[in-house]
Each structure stands twice: as C-alpha cells, then as structure tokens.
Design a protein. Structure first.
Length: 85
C-alpha cells in the first residue's frame, strides 16, 4: 500500500522524466520553479540551488567567475513555460 507521500513522489518523478531538459536544473536535475541566468556562463539554473551554492562558494560553478546573488537574472519566459507544463 502506497502512502499519499509516496504516491506524490512517484508523480513528481514521472513529471521530471517527461520534462524537457531545459526545464531541469543542471546542478540538481530537479524541475526548476524560479529559473535564473548566470551572467558570465549564461547557464540557467534554479535560483534556490545557486543561492545555496553561493553561500559556500562565491563563483559561477560552470566557469568559476566571481558571482553574487545580485547578478542573477530571472528568466520569466522559461518560468511561464515550466508553469504551463
């Protein structure tokens, strides 16, 4: 017997499996809710993930350029596509 939490987890996994790659955070491979673009590498990541990364390492994880939270740029077009998905 599956609990409600287990059923929800299975449904989330199905959504992630069906999601286009552009909807997935390249660091954690999770569905993005608040996509942001990194200024120097141009990579789009989940804001919560990159903010957590910046707490311990103030660099773009893709090219090691200095990076602060203030430099992150929201990507509303992608957020809308993810929300519609």
């Amino acid at each position: 017997v599956l609990t409600a939490a287990m059923e929800a987890a299975v449904n989330v996994d199905d959504v992630i499996d069906d999601a286009p790659d552009e909807f997935l955070d390249p660091i954690m491979q999770t569905l993005m809710r608040d996509p942001v673009r990194l200024p120097s590498s141009g990579v789009v990541v989940e804001k919560k993930v990159i903010v957590r990364h910046l707490l311990s390492d103030p660099h773009d994880p893709f090219n090691r350029s200095p990076l602060t939270e203030d430099e992150l740029t929201s990507v509303p077009e992608l957020k809308n596509k993810i929300d519609d998905f």
